[in-house]
Design a protein around this ligand. Structure first.
Ligand code: UDX
Length: 432
């Protein structure tokens, strides 16, 4: 099949490369010529394990191409995936769909034969209807079909998530389009992915409802963790005990800092905004957003307690600052709330992240990036394990510093209290 991915951000690039690897001819289009030139040279604008190798392999064997020419690429393709950003509107909470509609207008000028136009970007319910209206202004409705096919890729695990998805959701009322797409995804379906064909509006909502539900699960366990801390119970025992109930399941029940990233914070807000439009009150999701926004304050307060409320001139080290491991993404990371707040209170902060220096902290007073874990923890009073990178999972803290012992606040519950105490360090974790 000839595919065109519009937008070479996270979703477009990962999906495009994986489709090429499955044997399709794929053109990834972006209006940013610098990005396209970089990609042609095998340079990847995002950090995603395994992506660079797949790009190089498929570009070399000519199944993957990059272009800035949207119209030509659309004309030459059978299936067009819209993968541009849908960020939160400035000063609001709804999704900004201007990029989606601009692309739809451009596509409408290039429909030369039957095309399937797919939104892979996360879009609010009824966006497909709007795209259809735009396209039908210039084209006969028989010449195209607008489909919703949401992505469920996690950053850092995106390639595996693409190849082994739990499910493929196709939102289409058009039989012909449904058949073609089932065929496109057949290599994944034959490996065990469930295939669901539903209405376009349902597919749009499945994406938002899934993300809001996962965000709810995390927020739920984070609040239970607060109770565990007060009652001398380990939240991990609770997660295991709850997760063994197949109706609940064990995944996304790890307590930690507030959830962050490009999806959960944005999509929970956007689904509320859509519900408002349809005069529906999603009170559970509203509470989730509030609770998650408050989470960093709770963790900061624990830091103050650990430091006996004397933060000024205390040396605090952050190990990991991204919102999760295996990504360089800082969007809505809880470190963006914690580090500025501690810096304001006079703490001296160093941080180490496997993905390097972060521009977000450049202007803050007394915040320094270090290029190794060893350097970062020297002289520290408190070491905070903020992100669960593998690099931090088997540290021998005793060997990292000679003499001076620091306190460890493990926000990802990587270590056991006993293991750390045996090395002579004071240890705190989450929900224990
Ligand atoms: C998410 C969805 O999982 C994915 O399906 C969707 O397409 C995009 O959004 P992503 O944002 O990459 O993916 O990260 P994810 O692994 O879901 O984690 C999101 C946040 O939740 C992170 O801050 C993570 O640390 C946190 N989290 C996750 C927990 O705190 N506990 C958990 O048990 C799981």
């Amino acid at each position: 099949m000839k595919l065109c991915m519009i937008g070479t951000g996270y979703v477009g690039l990962v999906s495009g490369v994986c489709f090429a690897d499955l044997g399709n001819e794929v053109t990834c289009v972006d209006k940013d010529i610098n990005k396209i030139n970089l990609l042609k040279r095998g340079k990847i604008p995002i950090y995603e394990p395994g992506l660079s190798e797949l790009v190089t392999k498929n570009y070399k064997n000519k199944r993957l191409n990059f272009s800035t020419d949207l119209k030509k690429s659309v004309k030459e393709s059978d299936i067009i995936f819209i993968c541009v950003g849908t960020p939160t509107k400035k000063g609001g909470s709804s999704a900004d769909l201007s990029q989606i509609f601009n692309v739809a207008k451009e596509i409408s000028l290039s429909i030369n034969k039957f095309k399937i136009i797919i939104t892979k970007s996360t879009v609010p319910v009824t966006t497909g209807d709007e795209i259809e209206k735009i396209l039908s202004k210039r084209n006969n409705r028989k010449k195209f079909s607008v489909v919703s096919n949401p992505e469920f890729l996690r950053e850092g695990e995106a390639i595996r998530d693409f190849i082994y998805p739990d499910r493929v959701v196709i939102g289409s009322n058009n039989k012909k389009a449904g058949k073609i797409l089932k065929n496109l995804y057949s290599p994944l379906i034959s490996k065990g992915a469930s295939y669901l064909q539903t209405s376009r509006r349902a597919a749009e909502l499945i994406k938002y409802a899934s993300n809001a539900f996962l965000a709810t699960k995390i927020t739920f366990i984070n609040e239970i963790a607060n109770l565990c801390e007060k009652t001398g119970i380990s939240v991990e025992d609770i997660s295991i005990g709850m997760g063994l109930d197949k109706r609940i399941g064990s995944r996304f029940l790890r307590a930690g800092p507030a959830y962050g990233g490009s999806c959960f914070p944005k999509d929970t807000k956007a689904i509320i905004s859509t519900a408002d439009k349809f005069k529906t009150n999603l009170s559970v999701i509203k509470s989730v957003i509030k609770s998650n926004e408050n989470r960093s304050k709770i963790l900061l307060d624990r830091i103050y307690q650990i430091l006996n409320r004397k933060v000024k001139n205390k040396k605090i080290t952050f190990l990991g600052v991204t919102f999760k491991a295996n990504t360089d993404d800082m969007r809505d990371s809880s470190s963006l709330k914690m580090i500025p707040s501690l810096s304001k209170k006079g703490a001296i902060i160093t941080y180490y992240d496997p993905t390097g220096h972060k521009k977000e902290f450049v202007k803050l007073k007394n915040v320094t990036n270090k290029t190794s874990i060893r350097e970062a923890v020297q002289g520290a009073d408190l070491v905070i394990i903020h992100t669960e990178w593998n690099d931090f999972k088997s540290l021998n803290f005793k060997n990292l510093v000679k003499g001076k012992k620091f306190t460890i606040y493990d926000m990802r519950n990587i270590y056991s209290s006993k293991k750390i105490s045996d090395q002579g360090f004071k240890y705190y974790s989450v929900g224990k």
